[in-house]
Structures are given as C-alpha cells and as structure tokens.
Design a protein around this ligand. Structure first.
Ligand code: PLP
Length: 507
C-alpha cells in the first residue's frame, strides 16, 4: 500500500484490496438514491419510498438493554471485518431514522442524496477548512456558497463563515457586535466593558441566552421583548426594553430578531425592528436558522422583508433544505474584515504571512476554532443538482403540505389548532375522546396537557412515527408538527392524523 491509495482520485479503490472505485461507488450510490440516472425528482428517491412503510422510524430499547445489545466496551484486541460489519448494522438498526417520512420530531428531517454524496466525499478527503494550502477547492467553494446566500439576503458584498450550528452562529454575531463597539475587549476582556444589554424576543432560541452566558455577558444581559399572539416580537416593547435597560445603566448593543421561531414558526417584523436598531445605533442580528431557507421562495420570501437591513444573519441549510447536519452559515454585511480582526490570532506556524499565494485565502483565522469541518460541499453539490429552482420548489411544497395538514386537521373532531401557521410548524392539541366537549371542565387543560406525553411514549415504543411536543407559555403540552422532509406527501399528513387517532382512541 502506498500513499496514493489513501487519496481520492476517482479511479482509486475504496479499499486498496477492493475492486470498487470511488467513482463507481458514488455513481451507483447517486443513481440508487435518485431512483435512476437523470432523475430530477425533488421528492424522496423512489427506491426509498417503496420500502419506507416496511421500516420503523425507531426501535425503542431501554438504555440498559441497548448497552447490552451493542456491546460498547472497547478492548485491546481488534475484531474481524465481518464482526465490524455486523457492528455497523447494529448501529444503524438501533438508531433513529431521521430521514424516515414519519420522523416529524425536529426542524430537520430527510437528507438530500447529493448532499449525502458531498458528505461522503468530505469525510473521505478529511481536510480542514483553514488554509488554501490544504483545502484549495473548499476555500473557493465556501466563498462562492456564502456569496450566493448573501445575495439571497440582498447583499452584494460582505463576509461570512460556516459555523458548527445555528447556536454558534448566533454566538458569533453577539461576539462580533460587542467587538465592533468595544475592540479593546479582545485584549482586556470583560474589564473593557460597561454592563451590556442585548434584546431578543420571548420566542427566541435558547442559544441566545447560552451565548450570553458563554461570552461572559451573563444571561441577565438578555432583555426579553414581548411577543404578540402569533409569537412575533413587538417593536414598541423593544423600544420600551431599550429605555429600561438604559435607565438601569446598561449599554444596549444588539437586537436579535428571529425569522422562523422554533416552536410557533413566527417571523419577527424585521423592517420595524431595523428602524429601532437604526434609531439607537444597535447591531441587528437575524436568527434565520430555521426560516432563512424561505428566502429561496419568490412566493414566501416576503416573510423576511427587511432582512437586508441586518448586520448579521444565521441560516441553517441543514434544516429546511436538508443539506445534512451540520450546515449553518453566519452571514455578515461587514466588508471591513471584522471577522478576522475579532477572532484572528495570527498563529505563525499555520497562517504564515510570507506564503507563496494570497494569504487572504487562509480563512481559518476568522473563526475561534483551529481545525474546521468542510460544510460547504454538501450544500454546493445539492444546489448544483437541484438548482435554485428545485430548492425553491421544495420550500413551496413544504408550505403547501403544511396548509393541507391544517385543512385536514380542521375537519377532524379530535384536533384543535393552536393558531393558523405562517410557516411549516403546525401546532395543535390532540383531544382524546374522553375530553371532547369538556372544554368547560375545570381540569380540562391539566388533563389535555397529559395527552401528548402518553401518545409520544406509545408512538416511540411502536416505532411508528416521532413528533415533538412541548408546553408553551400558558398552554399545556401540544404537538409541533414540522413539515420539512421533501419526501412528504399528503398521504403522510393523513397518516399523522390517523396515527394520533389510533394511538389515542382509548384515552
Ligand atoms: C430559531 C433557531 N435558532 C437557532 C437554532 C440552533 O441551531 P443549531 O441546532 O444548529 O445549533 C435553532 C434550532 O432549532 C432554531 O430553531
């Protein structure tokens, strides 16, 4: 075996002793997943759909039993190839099938086959996204992909970087806003800062508070802005919170608006919020981790009107676009090299300034990580295959199916919608037969809140589907259906309703 065998030109065999080359592997893989060469189907690959109903979403095991079944202990002797293969089968068997059309549990479901092919190539090449020297293709590709995402936001220039998830993208935004106002804090830390205040709505993602804690600002620095009955930030209350913070001696520096809130799928009114930020000179961050992909849809992108006025945007193509975990972009309007100034430390062993190429291409000093995964290829390859139009169809299809579900849900006796959705989060209660018509009973809400956890246990133990539930404000537990998987059809929406009725018929 020579060094060449470890590289990945198309003609190299997957294993030095195998007859299968990477090229044939990927060709067969893509063909299979796409249901035949040349297929441009936006939905689930045909091969997957035919076998889907025969497979469970999950096979529940109690932790002790699962530990025993998996034989997790690491020993000093290695195992034979067949045993290793059997172990892979077990891992797959007992893992939750998040690409299954009946996995509605998270804001991600499904995986585009081209994105998966991109991930296989990324994993095989095993490089780090920090220097042009060792990731020439990916440095240029990341630049291009970020440029495309920025253009959808409405910016013709700017900066950005792929981060390990939306929570980290949000955290970067807070750190950048703070650094821009107090550049001294990079060296002097918290000693350089007055008490700061940032603002986010009651419905914002929990990563905003986590980020504030992690960055040494403290969770108390996050001022919670009221939302209206649909879960949208109220700009007048934002004004009020800013005045209150100032009166208490804090210095406001950032507002984090949300485009697509986690539970209700609400879009904050960005134009009005941008006006407030402009008036007070505050950094506007838009957490569009969930809703950013709506920018691809000519029909629905109005939900994010005003996003072009933001200073930074977090957008997770691994959610609605099914690019696969993780794919999260932090986009910036800044053209002053803020990212690099804020995070750079010029490690001389890696970012030598006397290299033989343009060192601006060594993007690794823009981030707080050293080694960084390649997250652009999966999105780039998927975009190449589907085209912007294919992705737009996907987003539109998700909206259409969510609306179909709402209409069907209204026709059935045992379902109560929390509110008309504006996105693809459909929130509702399942009201079991024993509670129907009992809305006036004093313990109705308490009993209704107990229904979702029981149904969740039943569905997981049967492995028939997975859907999330939560309490929210004064509302007891309700289901949050997420229509994200491009493989979904109306039949899956009907299945969801039928299955809840079946699971809850004796309650
Ligand atoms: C609105 C919003 N922002 C941020 C995040 C965090 O993204 P990640 O899970 O990639 O950290 C989520 C996750 O669901 C989210 O819904």
């Amino acid at each position: 075996m020579c060094l060449r065998d470890y590289m990945l030109p198309p003609s190299v065999h997957i294993y030095p002793c195998s007859r299968v080359t990477w090229e044939t592997f990927l060709t067969h893989f893509l063909c299979k997943l796409r249901g035949g060469a040349g297929s441009r189907s936006v939905g689930c690959p045909r091969t997957t759909r035919t076998s889907r109903s025969s497979r469970q979403v999950c096979e529940w095991k109690e932790p002790e039993e699962l530990r025993r079944l998996l034989d997790l202990e690491l020993r000093s002797e290695g195992e034979a190839a067949e045993q290793i293969l059997a172990r892979c089968r077990e891992v797959i068997h007992y893992s939750v099938k998040t690409c299954h059309p009946h996995f509605f549990n998270q804001l991600f479901s499904g995986l585009d086959p081209h994105a998966l092919a991109g991930r296989i190539v990324t994993e095989s090449l095993n490089t780090s996204q920090y220097t042009y020297e060792i990731a020439p293709v990916f440095v240029l590709m990341e630049e291009e992909v970020l440029k495309k995402l920025r253009s959808l936001v409405g910016w013709s220039s700017g900066d950005g970087v792929f981060c390990p998830g939306g929570s980290i993208s949000n955290m970067y935004a807070v750190n950048l806003a703070r650094y821009q106002r107090y550049p001294d804090c990079k060296q002097r830390g918290l000693r350089a800062l007055p008490p700061l205040a940032l603002f986010a709505s009651k419905e914002c993602h929990y990563s905003i508070k986590k980020g504030a804690a992690f960055l040494g600002l403290g969770t108390d620095s996050v001022r919670v802005v009221k939302t209206d009955e649909r879960g949208k930030m109220i700009p007048e209350d934002l004004e009020r919170q800013i005045s209150l913070a100032e009166a208490e001696g804090a210095v406001p520096f950032l507002v984090s608006a949300t485009s697509g809130t986690t539970v209700l799928g609400a879009f904050d009114p960005l134009e009005a919020i941008a006006d407030v930020c402009q008036h007070h000179g505050l950094w506007l961050h838009v957490d569009a981790a969930w809703g950013g992909s709506v920018l691809l849809s000519q029909t629905h992108r109005h939900l994010l009107d005003g996003i072009q006025r933001a200073d930074s945007v977090a957008w997770n193509p691994h959610k609605l676009l099914t690019a696969g975990l993780q794919c999260s972009a932090l986009l910036l309007r800044d053209t002053s090299n803020l990212l690099r100034r804020c995070h750079g430390s010029q490690a001389s062993y890696l970012f030598q300034q006397d290299k033989f190429y343009d060192v601006a291409l060594d993007t690794g000093d823009k981030v707080v990580q050293c080694g960084r995964r390649v997250d652009c290829l999966k999105l780039w390859l998927m975009w190449k295959a589907q085209g912007g139009q294919g992705l737009e169809r996907r987003v539109d299809q998700a909206f259409a199916l969510a609306w179909y579900l709402v209409e069907e849900l209204k026709k059935r006796e045992g379902f109560e919608l929390i509110m008309e959705p504006e996105f693809v989060n459909v929130c509702f209660w399942f009201v079991p037969p024993s509670l129907r018509g009992k809305q006036e009973s004093p313990d109705y809400s308490e009993r209704l809140a107990k229904v979702a956890p029981v149904l969740k246990e039943r569905m997981v133990k049967e492995g028939s589907m997975m859907i999330g539930y939560q309490p929210h404000g004064t509302r007891g537990n309700f289901f949050r259906m997420v229509v994200a998987n491009p493989a979904l059809t109306r039949a899956d929406m009907d299945f969801l309703l039928n299955e809840l009725e079946r699971l809850g018929q004796d309650l």
